[in-house]
Design a protein around this ligand. Structure first.
Ligand code: HEM
Length: 422
C-alpha cells in the first residue's frame, strides 16, 4: 500500500526556485569543500596541540583513547597555535552562509516521498541525516563555543570532536557519491559559465525525473540571477569575516571584531589585553594569591618558593602570543623564570613531563601537562610580569605559565604547584 503524499514540502511543485539544480549544488559544494578541509585539518591539529597523550592533561579523555595524536606539539614558530586556531575559527564562521546556501540548494531532497523506498534508500537517507545533522551540530557547537556560551548539557570538547568524525565520514561518502554529478554538471554547463547570465538570461536547470535531482519540476520565473545569489552569499561571508577576524589578526582590525567576545576595545595599560577567564570566575581571591602564596615544586626533590624568591632568580623576557582555542590571540612581553631553571631546583632537568596546577578550585583546565620539547625550550617561562608590570590578578598573579606555541588554556594562570616526572 502506498502512503498518501502529504501536502506542502513533500510535493515537487512546492519547490519552484529556478536556481536549484545539480550545477548549483556542485558549485556551492566546491566552494564549501576547501573551507571544510581547512577547518577539519586545523581542528584535529588543535586537538594534537593539547598533547592528549600526556597523563596530566584535562583534555586527555576528550578523545577517550581515540585521539588523532602522532607527535609532540612544537614550540616553534611561537605563533603556530595562534595561526592554527585563527584559521579554524575564521573558516568555520565564514563558511556559515555557504553552508546555509548549500542546504537550501538541497532542501527538496530532504522531503522525499515516500520517506523510505528500500533498504538501500534507507541507508542513503541515514547517511544524509548524519551529513546534514553532523554539519549543523559541528558548526553550531563551534559558534557557541566561540561565543563562550554553553547552553547544552554536555561537554563541548568530546561532543565537537566526535561530531566532527561523524560529519566528515558522512561528507566523504557524499562527495564520493556526488562526484559523477559534479563532473557532469561542470562538463555540461561549465564551472563558472552560469555566473555570466544576468537575471534576464537566467534559465532553470533541466528537470530530469530519472536523475532524481534538485532541479524543479515546475520552475517559477527567476527573481535573482545565479551570480546575484553567489554575490549575496559572498557578501555574507565577507561581513562575517570583518566582524570576527580582527580578534585573531589584531591591530586596527581588532576594533571591528564586534561579534567576537574577545575582540573590540580592550582599554589601556600594560595588563590591557583580553582575559578569557577572570579571577572572579575561576574563584581565585586576592587572599589566595596574596603574600602567603608559595609555589610548590616537586621532582626527585621538593621545594617551596615565595614570590619574592622567584623574583630574585634570573629573569628572562620573551615576546610570546597567547592564543585561545576560541580564536583570539594577542602577543605580549612576558618576564619571569625559565621552566628549565625551576626544574634544576628539584633535580628534574631530565624530566619528560611537567604537570602544572592552578589555585583555581575547580574547572576543566585547573591543570595542564607539558612535554619534553616544551620544557626544554628556553622561552618557556613561569611569568611574574607582563609588559614591564606585575601580572594583574585576572592575568594570573602571582605567576602564570607561558609556553611558545601552546594553546592559551594550557598557559595556566595562578600557578600553585609544578610536578616533574620522567
Ligand atoms: C556541509 C556539507 C554538505 C552538506 C550538508 C550537503 C548536503 C546535501 C544534501 C542534503 C543533498 C541532497 C541529497 C542528494 O542529492 O543525495 C546534496 C546534494 C548534492 N551535493 Fe551536497 N552537501 C555538502 C557538501 C557537498 C560538497 C562538498 C559537494 C561537492 C563538491 C556536494 C555536491 C552535491 C551534489 C552534486 C548534489 C546533488 C544535487 C542534485 O542532484 O541536484 N555537496 N547535498
Amino acid at each position: 500500500m502506498e502512503l498518501a503524499r502529504p501536502p506542502g514540502p513533500f510535493r515537487a511543485e512546492f519547490w519552484r526556485s529556478p536556481l536549484r539544480g545539480p550545477w548549483l549544488a556542485s558549485f556551492l559544494g566546491s566552494l564549501l569543500l576547501p573551507m571544510i578541509v581547512i577547518c577539519a585539518v586545523t581542528g584535529f591539529l588543535s586537538h594534537a596541540a593539547y598533547n592528549p597523550g600526556l597523563d596530566g592533561n584535562a583534555t586527555q579523555r576528550a578523545g577517550d583513547g581515540f585521539d588523532l595524536y602522532f607527535f609532540d606539539w612544537p614550540t616553534s614558530p611561537a605563533w603556530i597555535y595562534a595561526v592554527n586556531q585563527g584559521l579554524h575559527v575564521i573558516t568555520g564562521i565564514v563558511a556559515i552562509p555557504l553552508l546555509f546556501a548549500k542546504l537550501w540548494s538541497a532542501i527538496p531532497k530532504l522531503f522525499e516521498w515516500p520517506p523510505v523506498r528500500s533498504p538501500a534508500h534507507a541507508l542513503e537517507r541515514l547517511s544524509l541525516a548524519l551529513l546534514v545533522g553532523g554539519s549543523l551540530f559541528v558548526f553550531f557547537t563551534g559558534i557557541l563555543n566561540v561565543q563562550l556560551w554553553y547552553p547544552f548539557g554536555f561537554g563541548f570538547l568530546p561532543a565537537h570532536y566526535y561530531g566532527a568524525f561523524i560529519f566528515l565520514a558522512a561528507l566523504t561518502l557524499h562527495v564520493a557519491i556526488k562526484l559523477p554529478v559534479v563532473r557532469r554538471s561542470f562538463g555540461e554547463r561549465g564551472v563558472v559559465r552560469p555566473l555570466r547570465d544576468d537575471l534576464e538570461h537566467t534559465r532553470p536547470e533541466a528537470y530530469d525525473h530519472e536523475a532524481d535531482s534538485t532541479a524543479p519540476e515546475a520552475p517559477a520565473a527567476p527573481t535573482l540571477s545565479r551570480r546575484g545569489l553567489i554575490a549575496t552569499i559572498g557578501a555574507g561571508s565577507l561581513g562575517l569575516f570583518i566582524v570576527s577576524a580582527g580578534q585573531a589578526i589584531g591591530g586596527p582590525l581588532r576594533r571591528l571584531a564586534v561579534l567576537a567576545p574577545r575582540g573590540g576595545d580592550i582599554g589601556g595599560g600594560p595588563n590591557a589585553f583580553p582575559v578569557n577567564k577572570s579571577a572572579a570566575t575561576a574563584k581565585v581571591t586576592p587572599a589566595l594569591a596574596g603574600a602567603n602564596w608559595q609555589l610548590q615544586l616537586e621532582g626527585p626533590s621538593r621545594a617551596s618558593l615565595f614570590r619574592f624568591q622567584l623574583a630574585d632568580m634570573e629573569q628572562h623576557t620573551e615576546d610570546l602570543p597567547i592564543a585561545c582555542v576560541e580564536g583570539w590571540s594577542t602577543t605580549q612581553t612576558w618576564t619571569g623564570v625559565r621552566l628549565r631553571d625551576l626544574a634544576k631546583i628539584v633535580g628534574a632537568e631530565n624530566a619528560t613531563e611537567l604537570v602544572v596546577e592552578s589555585l583555581q578550585p575547580t574547572g576543566a583546565f585547573r591543570k595542564a601537562a607539558f612535554a619534553r620539547n616544551q620544557l626544554d625550550d628556553e622561552r618557556s617561562l613561569l611569568a611574574l610580569r607582563v609588559n614591564g608590570e606585575d601580572l594583574s590578578l585576572d592575568h594570573g598573579f602571582p605567576a602564570r605559565i607561558i609556553i611558545p606555541g601552546a594553546p592559551g588554556v594550557h598557559n595556566t594562570k595562578w600557578v600553585s604547584s609544578m610536578k616533574w616526572t620522567s
